[in-house]
Write a protein that binds this ligand. Structure first.
Ligand code: SF4
Length: 151
C-alpha cells in the first residue's frame, strides 16, 4: 500500500468519491442493523488494510493527511506530543515515524482537504468505538462533540 501513502491525493480522491456515492443513500444509513454490520465489516477490512484503522467510529482521515491518528501510541488527534525525535520518529516506538510528521507531510499533497489539518478536532466520543464511521458521518443525531465544545 506504499504507493497510496506516497500519493495521498489518491486516498483523498477515494474518500471524496465514496462520500459522494454514499450521499444519496444516507436515509438508509442507520446504526444498529444489518446495514451497519456490513459497513463495520467492510471498514474493518478496507481501512484496516490501508490505514491500520482502529475502528474509533469517528473518522478524521481527511483532516489528518489520510493518516490514522489512532495509530499514534498516545492516540493523539490534534498534533504531535513533545516527544518527537529529531529524526521525526516516535518517542514511544523509536522505529516508527511519528504519525503526525507523516500527517503533516501528506496533508501538503492533498489539494482538497489538506488545509483541514490546521483545524482543531473535538475530543473523541469513545461510545462510537467499533461502530461504522461512515454511517456516523451521515447520521444527524450523532454528536461527536461534547456539550459546550466550541471550535
Ligand atoms: S480515524 Fe478512526 S475510523 Fe478513521 S481510520 Fe483511524 S481509527 Fe479508523
Amino acid at each position: 500500500m506504499k504507493i497510496f501513502h506516497k500519493r495521498p491525493v489518491l486516498l483523498e480522491f477515494a474518500y471524496a468519491t465514496t462520500r459522494v456515492c454514499l450521499s444519496p443513500f444516507r436515509r438508509w444509513l442507520k446504526s444498529g442493523g444489518f446495514i451497519e454490520a456490513v459497513f463495520v465489516r467492510g471498514e474493518k477490512i478496507t481501512k484496516g488494510i490501508f490505514f491500520d484503522c482502529k475502528m474509533c467510529g469517528d473518522c478524521v482521515l481527511h483532516s489528518t493527511g489520510m493518516t490514522c491518528p489512532m495509530t499514534c501510541p498516545k492516540n493523539l488527534r490534534n498534533g504531535p506530543c513533545g516527544g518527537v525525535r529529531a529524526n521525526g520518529h516516535c518517542e514511544i516506538v523509536p522505529e516508527m515515524m511519528c504519525v503526525w510528521v507523516m500527517a503533516w507531510e501528506r496533508s501538503k499533497k492533498m489539494p482538497a482537504y489538506g488545509a483541514q489539518i490546521e483545524n482543531i478536532l473535538p475530543p473523541l466520543d469513545k461510545r462510537l468505538e467499533n461502530s461504522s464511521a461512515w454511517i456516523n458521518d451521515f447520521r444527524d443525531d450523532v454528536k461527536t462533540s461534547p456539550l459546550g465544545w466550541t471550535e
